[in-house]
Design a protein around this ligand. Structure first.
Ligand SMILES: [Zn+2]
Length: 202
């Protein structure tokens, strides 16, 4: 092992690198949430072969920590029309939720994506896919055209704001890169990091 093998520089953060989180926030901020009836929770758990005392991640069988959207809310930077309701939610562990992201659940489960059930060697993937297919049939999900519930003006204004924010983030990133280059150059011109001199200090 060389010294350079054990040292790793952290990846620098970019303001423009947060654009997919911003897009996700714009979509999820307008997606309606429908609280389930107790009967629906019971039905959902029956189909998933779980009970309040026997809960697990549907994808991998690990311990569940959240309910994950089976069909993603965002695709191609737009709302898919699927909403937050129990028929579109399944108990999931954080690892699976993170790894699945906005991917199609079935393709993801058997894909080589990092931390996918296949990658993690989950044994009963076929059984889990069959269960989830049954769940989807029960849910009978139809995507909604969210724009149809508001005026065109309200809808368009919202997405104009989204574009403006992304533009501002891109411009700000350019500004940041220029500031960083200047600062870095001054730092590098000395052998050690220079402490900026306090303003007004003699
Ligand atoms: Zn899982």
């Amino acid at each position: 092992m060389k010294l350079s093998d054990v040292f790793q520089m952290p990846t620098p953060m970019k303001i423009s690198g947060r654009s997919s989180s911003i897009t996700a926030a714009f979509v999820t901020a307008i997606v309606p949430q429908v609280e389930p009836l107790e009967e629906e929770i019971r039905e959902a758990l029956n189909i998933l072969e779980m009970s309040p005392d026997r809960m697990e991640c549907v994808y991998c069988g690990g311990s569940y920590s959240e309910w994950d959207h089976l069909r993603p809310l965002v695709s191609d930077q737009k709302p898919t029309g699927f909403i937050t309701e129990i028929r579109n939610l399944v108990p999931s562990c954080g690892k699976c939720n993170q790894s699945k992201g906005n991917k199609d659940w079935k393709a993801w489960m058997t894909s080589d994506a990092k931390l996918s059930p296949k990658t993690r060697g989950v044994k009963d993937i076929g059984l889990r896919i069959a269960r989830l297919t049954k769940y989807e049939q029960w849910g009978n999900l139809v995507p909604l055209d969210l724009s149809a519930f508001v005026t065109k003006e309200e809808w368009d204004q919202y997405w104009e704001n989204w574009k403006a924010l992304l533009r501002a983030m891109n411009d700000t990133q350019k500004h940041a890169a220029s500031l960083k280059a200047t600062i870095q150059k001054k730092i590098s011109s000395s052998n050690k990091a220079i402490q900026p001199t306090a303003k007004g200090g003699g």
